[in-house]
Design a protein around this ligand. Structure first.
Ligand code: GTQ
Ligand code: FE2
Length: 358
């Protein structure tokens, strides 16, 4: 810290005013704020009943067409209302598509992913590949890939979207382009990438490592089989219980360059240990009920709810049932933090690993 001379504060004030006029500043004037800035992201729980009620109302009031091309509710973190996103780096949204509707084709530099919450048999087309949507499926839309959605079934279909929009906006790399027609042509067999890569095989001779995951869909049946196999074998982690990360099969790394996706099964009665890390997470409760403690605050959750864990916030999870499993789908910004060498984590110091709840 640079000390200010005790005398002559007028001269110093004039000096500072002169700096302002010339678009300069002294580090000593912002040091406190810059060195140890605390996050403004707040832990928060969005109840499914509330989201669903508003989403159904949007389904009645708004038509999907070129002008309003997606019927999407944004989860707004109460700590950063101006960003209109669940956390500072990515948005978590809920989308509804009615029978017969087409959400027209476009592409953007924000990376997106979808986790299907309700309904069967709608589809999304990504780069010429039609992908059927079933509950619990994860579908990736890597950045700058053309995508449109359609619902040819008789019932509404609802899914969660996550997009790294706030991160891309901070880097000022946002581009958006509508496709000249409502839908892009289908140029590949249905579910091409999942069939091609989902069995752990790759075409002979192809050693190239694509930057973006070549696999676009991860099917719930496969995901759940992996989870229950691990659970039966007792392969669990102290902070997340039985937990898996969706991987890019070409690299073994995260599914997307900026966003990581996880699925975790909290076995009946399990209460995990608390820890904290610089990445932030949004959870969607896919099955079961339980609670999480975030920085000493308890959030009780049930099927359909969404929960955000801010960066560097202590958190632990519990399954409230002694007989039923609880399953959380998670999206995080870990890949971005790792890429920038900013990831760090810490175990909660208490011997049992649990925080006091206030
Ligand atoms: O479905 O293409 O939640 O472009 C936000 C922006 C969904 C989409 C969102 C989008 C989409
Ligand atoms: Fe989009």
């Amino acid at each position: 810290m640079i000390g200010e001379p005790a005398t002559d504060s007028t001269a110093l004030d004039e000096f500072h005013a002169g700096l302002e006029r010339d678009f300069l500043d002294g580090l000593w004037r912002i040091q406190g704020q810059a060195r140890d800035a605390r996050t403004r992201v707040r832990p928060y729980l969005w109840c499914w009943e509330t989201i669903y009620r508003h989403l159904l109302r949007a389904g009645e009031l708004l038509r999907v067409e070129r002008a309003a091309d997606r019927r999407v509710l944004l989860l707004v973190n109460p700590g950063l209302p101006e960003i209109r996103a669940a956390t500072h780096t990515f948005a978590a949204n809920v989308q509804l598509i009615q029978p017969g509707e087409v959400a027209p084709s476009h592409r953007h530099t924000a990376t997106a992913l979808r986790f299907i919450i309700q309904g069967h048999g709608a589809y999304t087309t990504v780069e010429g590949e039609r992908i059927r949507m079933g509950e619990g499926d994860l579908i990736l839309t890597p950045n700058w890939t053309w995508h449109d959605h359609g619902n040819e079934t008789a019932a509404p279909v609802i899914w969660m979207d996550a997009l790294d929009r706030p991160l891309v906006a901070a880097l000022q790399a946002m581009f958006f382009e509508p496709y000249p027609e409502e839908r892009q042509p289908v140029t590949r067999p249905d579910d091409y990438s999942a069939r091609k890569y989902g069995a752990g095989l790759r075409p002979l001779g192809s050693r190239a490592v694509p930057a973006l995951s070549p696999q676009r869909a991860y099917r719930w049946a496969d995901t759940y089989a992996a989870l229950t196999t691990l659970a039966a074998a007792g392969e669990a982690t102290p902070y997340d219980d039985v937990a898996l990360e969706y991987q890019n099969p070409a690299t073994g790394g995260h599914a997307l360059p900026t966003l990581g996706c996880t699925i975790q099964l909290l076995r009946p009665g399990v209460h995990t240990r608390a820890h904290r890390h610089t990445s932030s997470t949004v959870y969607h409760v896919f099955r079961g009920r339980g609670w999480s403690v975030i920085d000493g605050q308890r959030f009780d959750w049930a099927r359909g709810d969404f929960l955000v864990v801010p960066p560097w916030a202590w958190h632990e999870h519990a399954n409230a049932s002694a007989t039923e499993e609880a399953i959380l789908f998670g999206v995080n910004d870990l890949p971005a933090l790792e890429a920038l060498a900013l990831y760090r984590e810490e175990a909660y110091p208490d011997p049992a690993g649990h925080q006091p709840v206030h």
